[in-house]
Design a protein around this ligand. Structure first.
Ligand code: KIV
Length: 279
């Protein structure tokens, strides 16, 4: 049975932590499901960690749908949340609804996520009213990075902290089923989590959130040289893959690959016949 948004709310009530991880392709999504993670976010972080953009701003609906389809083909029971890219929901609630519907109809996702607080609640309500579950996202919202003045912690003044509390409540009121709290002080995230009945999903927001989300490439060490402060590395895939590729290159260069067991054997009489009469 697929994980439902109702189950996530019940997990919060029972005090059970909700594990969320990003995935962007078929094999990774399969492994994430096999590892028992209940929710996959096909994040627009795709732009940074898969497509090589400098920010999430260039990511398009077509790119998001392409990767969402790969993820949804891979999993049976995981709840898949498609991340709405920059300008797919900001222009009008109508356009937002149409794009959210594309994540469900074409992408096969069960929910969408969008960035923004109280100012985005009209759009959230419009999408929710059409039957599409919406995850909110407040705090450090990477699509507004130039407005925020960089990748800085948010909610560190009285005014900013109060605004985030109000944003989380407004999103709950608008019908969001969960809210991502990104890069805000742990004490504030803890307070917000107690003020709302929907799950808070933290990233760089301390341990008191109802769940945690991480970018899969960060926790698996796909990048040797960069890791955000909020991430913990559980594997060193960049080193592992580089070593394996270098070994392959050494074997080819030395003529050790392929060996007989990696080659196709010809029936002896066939080769004999070809050699005797090649033309
Ligand atoms: O795009 C993404 O991966 C996200 C998470 C970091 C919350 O929005």
């Amino acid at each position: 049975m697929r994980v439902s948004i109702t189950q996530l709310k019940e997990m919060k009530q029972r005090g059970e932590k909700i594990v969320v991880l990003t995935a962007y392709d078929y094999p990774t999504a399969q492994m994430v499901e096999r590892a028992g993670v209940p929710v996959i976010l096909v994040g627009d972080s795709l732009g940074n960690v898969v497509l090589g953009y400098e920010s999430t701003l260039p990511v398009t609906m077509d790119e998001m749908l392409h990767h969402t389809k790969a993820v949804t083909r891979a999993v049976k029971n995981v709840l898949v949340v498609g991340d709405m890219p920059f300008m797919s929901y900001q222009v009008s609630a109508d356009e937002a609804l149409r794009n959210a519907a594309r994540f469900m109809q074409e992408g096969g996702a069960q929910a969408v996520k969008l960035e923004g607080g109280a100012g985005m609640c009209g759009t959230v309500k419009r999408i929710v009213d059409a039957g599409i579950p919406v995850m909110g996202h407040i705090g450090l919202t990477p699509q507004s990075i130039y407005q925020l003045g960089g990748f800085k912690a948010q909610g560190k003044t009285v005014e900013a902290a109060k605004q985030l509390v109000a944003d989380a409540k407004a999103l709950e009121q608008a019908g969001a089923f969960a809210v991502v709290l990104e890069t805000i002080p742990a004490e504030l995230a803890s307070f917000i989590s107690k003020q709302i009945s929907i799950p808070s999903i933290g990233i760089g927001a301390g341990a008191a959130c109802d769940g945690q989300v991480q970018v899969v490439s960060d926790i698996l060490g796909f990048f040797g040289d960069f890791m955000p402060k909020h991430a913990r590395r559980y594997a060193h895939m960049a080193d592992y893959i580089c070593n394996a590729v270098a070994q392959y290159a050494r074997d080819v260069t030395a003529g050790d690959f392929p060996a007989a067991k990696e080659s196709i054997e010809m029936p002896p009489n066939v080769m004999q016949a070809v050699m005797e009469d090649p033309a």
